[in-house]
Design a binder for this molecule. Structure first.
Ligand code: ADA
Length: 599
């Protein structure tokens, strides 16, 4: 008897203390969870998803990756389990409960109280799962998440992926949210210039009803930053039983401040859905801006804009891919100080805090799915499109379109776009993105130059080039840009990657003009300056629309690129303007000068 009691107490003690019960509709699950590697895939068979036994489990911080926190950055690729307990939010007791993940790398399978909830297949997009039927409202719930970061032969990303460290785990936040039975689950916002300082606002709302048919209303309200109402409207709606109701609301906002990198004015949009005496409220920020192409220019709010940007990997020493909001803020401040008006979120959707800060600070954002050097045989596989292509693009657009700063969606990077099956992927990818969101630009980053056959559907040509580094000479770039322009005279061209590796303190007083083995700061300065000059050349003003440097920060990379990668930067991609811990290299100042001098 005593032995049994002891076993029960032990089991209880092993479970991470439940999150405090709360009256609000949201509970944050960040904290210390139980963790266990499962290299032989025994967990499911042995019922780890319903076990509270502490034997074999250790502690881990969530959010955080397992190779960062348990292996000190040694690459583990395989399965691992996370476990915790939580109280469901008290609010909305008759409504629905959702588990929300901001990013789990790569695949995940989720159980609540031993009941399988579902699977998720993509590494960097946020997702939610309806756990209403499994959750207990009055006692703690057991949550188990099986994560697998093994790279699959045919998926997006696929076996060809070696572009950055594959940090596995629950890399970003987790929360539980309750909603009333009737709630507005998505809001697609379009803002268009309507002349004389006015903006046309279009809201497409999708409202779900999990209860019996009921009449109710949806109120939309726009306030300026000081809380003054700029517009509000109420629509009476009948919400069908168990159904979805679409509502379109439009208005013209007169004299409302526009959003731009120079002046990132944000308003507040509130959507209140009322039915059966219960209210669901969504509050989001709203920036009034318009992005489009006209001939070979990119226009922001009706005026030509030249993209001056950097690529940024979301990584920091000791934090893996769980970069704090404070660090992200510092990065974006440094990127603004560099003279940039844009950032490419190389090569995946980043944490919510990144987009919130870009909205606030005024940075245009390019965001993409990790179709990084994905092979043609993968992209032509119909199952890959159905399981990993279509739904991943959809999750990116629908999950992140609330952010004003995002102006470019990308369907991938450096796949063999000189091949037919890849051209087909680009075509259907761009068509899907445009259908989901006609208000932004869509492209992909190509490294195939004038051999590329996939450019027809994109809004602008995005070229990754490494002249003077992996191949060719520094001044080979200009003629290639001219050739591309001759072939695609009606499309703007943006160089989406260019750069070379540099180790702080390494000097070369007389750098050459091709430098695969020159890791000096001088060569990096020379390469970046030379490429910026060629991009900014007056003769190319008519069609060049942007320069995005590879890249802002050095980052961990399992495979070293370059023929003579010095041991001092093993497992590091050192093409950053700053080191991994954000020390500026000399080229940072050169780029700042060039960006400041540019139009
Ligand atoms: C490619 C790729 C980047 C990075 C870069 C490099 O262009 O798109 O992710 O790997 O090369 O540093 O070589």
């Amino acid at each position: 008897m005593i032995a049994m009691l002891a076993a029960v107490l032990l089991a209880l003690a092993a479970v991470h203390p439940a999150s405090a019960a709360s009256d609000s509709s949201r509970v944050d699950l960040a904290g210390t969870w139980d963790f266990r590697f499962d290299p032989d895939s025994r967990g499911e068979e042995q019922g780890w998803h319903k076990s509270t036994d502490s034997r074999g489990w250790v502690k881990i911080q969530v959010p955080g990756s397992y190779d960062q926190s348990r292996f000190n950055n040694l690459l583990y690729q395989g399965r691992a389990w996370y476990r915790t307990t939580f109280h469901a939010p008290r609010a909305n007791a008759n409504g629905r409960v959702f588990l929300k993940f901001e990013g789990v790398t790569i695949r995940s399978k989720v159980w609540v109280n031993g009941q399988l909830i579902g699977k998720h297949l993509f590494p960097y997009t946020r997702f939610e799962m309806d756990i209403t039927d499994a959750v207990r409202r009055d006692s703690p719930n057991l949550l188990a998440v099986l994560v697998d970061n093994a790279i699959l032969e045919r998926a997006i990303p696929d076996k060809g992926w070696r572009g950055w460290w594959n940090y596995g785990g629950i890399n970003r936040g987790v929360s539980v949210e309750s909603r009333p039975p009737v709630y507005t689950e998505s809001v697609a916002v379009t803002t268009r210039l309507a002349g004389s300082g006015a903006w046309e606002l279009r809201l497409q709302l999708r409202t779900r009803n999990h209860a019996a048919a009921v009449d109710g209303s949806i109120e939309a309200r726009v306030e300026d930053a000081r809380g003054r109402a700029l517009w509000s409207a109420v629509e009476r709606r009948s919400f069908a039983a168990g159904g979805v109701t679409e509502t379109l609301m439009t208005t013209t906002l007169k004299q409302a401040a526009a959003w731009s990198p120079e002046s990132p004015a944000l308003h507040v949009l509130k959507i209140r859905t009322v039915a059966s005496g219960q209210t669901h409220e969504r509050t989001m920020r709203l920036g009034l801006r318009q992005i489009e192409t006209k001939g070979n220019q990119i226009l922001l709010n009706g005026k030509p804009v030249f993209l001056k940007g950097v690529n940024r990997h979301e990584m920091f020493p000791g934090e893996g891919m769980t970069v704090s909001r404070e660090q992200t803020r510092k990065d974006l401040e440094d990127i603004k100080a560099l003279g940039c008006n844009m950032v490419r979120t190389t090569h995946y959707t980043q944490d919510t805090s990144f987009y919130e800060l870009a909205d606030e600070m005024g940075l245009l954002v390019w965001t993409e799915i990790p179709a990084w050097q994905t092979r043609a045989e993968t992209l032509e596989d119909e199952n890959v499109w159905k399981q990993y292509g279509e739904p991943q693009l959809r999750e990116m657009v629908e999950g992140y379109r609330d952010y004003t700063s995002i102006v470019i969606w990308s369907v991938g990077n450096e796949f063999p776009s000189e091949k037919e099956p890849v051209a087909k992927y680009v075509e259907r990818g761009c068509a899907l993105v445009r259908k989901l969101d006609p208000s932004r630009l869509v492209t992909f980053a190509s490294d195939r130059h004038d051999r590329d056959i996939s450019f027809a559907p994109v809004d602008f040509l995005a070229i990754n080039e490494y002249y003077g580094w992996y191949y060719g000479k520094l001044d080979d770039l200009g003629p290639v840009l001219d050739k591309l322009h001759a072939k695609w005279p009606d499309k703007p061209i943006v160089v989406a990657e260019f750069g070379s590796e540099a180790i702080p303190g390494w000097r070369n007083p007389s750098p050459g003009d091709s430098g695969t083995s020159d890791y000096s700061e001088d060569y990096q300065m020379k390469l970046l300056t030379s490429h910026l000059e060629q991009i900014f050349a007056p003769s190319r003003r008519g069609f060049m629309a942007g320069a995005i440097i590879w890249l802002y920060n050095d980052f961990p990379n399992p495979s070293s690129f370059g023929r003579l990668h010095p041991p001092v930067i093993s497992f590091t991609n050192a093409k950053g303007l700053v080191t991994q811990d954000r020390q500026r290299k000399r080229s940072w100042y050169e780029v700042q000068k060039a960006f400041q001098a540019a139009r």
